[in-house]
Design a protein. Structure first.
Length: 124
């Protein structure tokens, strides 16, 4: 799994992009990226609590990263932020539905859609 974290030029949100497989072996480093453990800027400002997890380049995902997403999502909600997830892979959509997390983490088609809170209407 490869991840990349970026912050918007306005510093209003962070994007964590994952690539490859997210599973029991990669979930801890994925969680660290979601939490912003690599940030050196104190609390990270408002961007730290507004997160877009871009899973559009993830080829496989088991349930292990769901704990990390839920924990960060809860933390961000408590601080007045949000956590949004970009995904298109049918297996990931099925995983969110099977875990009863499709409402908690609705599907976004792109980072731009997630930023603007334009949820995908695609159903599988």
């Amino acid at each position: 799994m490869n991840t990349h974290t970026s912050t918007s030029s306005e510093a209003l949100y962070r994007v964590v992009e994952a690539e490859g497989e997210l599973d029991i072996l990669t979930a801890p480093s994925f969680g660290a990226r979601l939490r912003g453990d690599e940030d050196d800027e104190g609390d990270g400002g408002p961007a730290r609590w507004r997160l877009i997890a871009d899973l559009s380049r993830v080829s496989f995902m088991d349930s292990s990263p769901l704990y990390e997403l839920c924990a960060v999502g809860h933390r961000n909600d408590l601080r007045g932020g949000w956590t949004r997830v970009v995904y298109a892979h049918a297996g990931i959509a099925l995983l969110f539905r099977a875990a009863d997390l499709a409402r908690t983490f609705p599907r976004y088609a792109s980072v731009d859609d997630a930023r603007q809170d334009r949820r995908s209407s695609a159903h599988e």
